[in-house]
Design a protein around this ligand. Sequence first.
Ligand SMILES: *Cc1c(COP(=O)(O)O)cnc(C)c1O
Length: 463
Amino acid sequence: MTLEKKTLYLLPEALEILENGFKNLPQTCYSIDLNAIRKVLNEVALRMQDNYPYHHPYYIGQMLKPPHPIARLAYTLSLWINPNNHALDGGRASSAMEKEAVAQIAKMFGWEAFLGHLCGGGTMANLEALWVSRCLRPGQKILASQQAHYTHNRICSVLNIPFESINVDTNARMDPVSLRRVLDDGNVGTVVVTIGTTATGSVDPLPEILKLQKSYGFRIHADAAYGGYFILAQNLETQTRATYDVISQVDSMVVDPHKHGLQPYGCGCVIFRDPSVGTFYKHESPYTYFSSSELHLGEISLECSRPGSSAVALWATQRLLPMVRGGVFAGNLTDCRFAALELFNRISSDARFLTGLRPELDIVVWAIKSESSSESSRLSDEVFEAASRSDLHLAKANLPMSLFLGTWKDFKWDQDYVTCLRSVLMKPDSLNMLDNIWNILSKTVDETLKKSRQLKGEISSDD
Ligand SMILES: *Cc1c(COP(=O)(O)O)cnc(C)c1O
């Protein structure tokens, strides 16, 4: 494949427009050694060959989505200014763009009044949300499902908040019955609802959790780092859609533009429904804030210096691809789920595989059929390696036996988890490439199973 380079030629024209804003200043004259730079840059290019092809549709392993060319260009263009969105003194334009971009995200979830900002990523965003939860509910527990992102537990330990995890049902969604049992023990301040778990893309049942909130009065934080943008998709199952339909009722929310929002890494977003939580951030920096009485983003965020370039890239992407139902951006999310369903349908009608969870978003998990969980796990490891040698890059997920116990007959659970194969189909052309992906997978599995049977002496080595 070739890398997308066409759009690079738009950069000099845009840079000229940018430099026109500063043409009254005298020329600076520090020298640049082009040859030395070229030498190092080409060395970097060589070093960077040592990567999985994250940008290619054959990479269906972890959650890696290539940034849109507009995001790459706008980010790069803004680096000539290198704004810092901590304070307006550090980045006037990019701070305004951040406020506009975050308002668009809040609007997508149905919020007009809110408080929010960008930050380094989902973990930092969740940390801020849970910190605000602690300010409002000091000493009270935070609950999240067993399939919630592992960082919630760790964030709670950083913040010294008691944490407890809640069982999931066979769809890997938080189980409301188990939740109620823990709520009955009392002292729960916040429930973290995962809108799209990282392992399986499961969406916790927010409508049921909101019903429990009426009796128990906890706060709800939605971790939609990966799944948030699927609110725009047009092909969700009824139950999944029901959660997105009431998402505006949560108290705080996290979404990662660097997951499904076509942004380079370093772009997370946290938003609060009640803007008055901003008072918890109050501080008096002796260094900044002398330039204006307008809100500085540093007054409502835990991080100090932040890349204004992230805001510029996000703003530009949202300008080109508005986040509206029926738009191009939304259509891509719909396609991602179609791709996941298509792969799932092929896998689930194929005798070599075992499936359970039907994809709610764009993640597919499945196992290799065999007599036991240890053997199936071993085969997943082998298929994972062999597929990678054929340029198809999958991921693996260790999933608990409780998810599949009722579904997989004649399967011996000699260990209480199974290593599944896992794929995130989040590339713009995942759907178009599905036949190729399937052919490589199918061939790899045939070869792996054959080799395994030969090694066990079940078939002779020249079969
Ligand atoms: C990715 C993810 C996170 C962590 O976000 P980072 O941007 O990697 O820090 C948290 N929660 C969920 C559900 C995620 O998918």
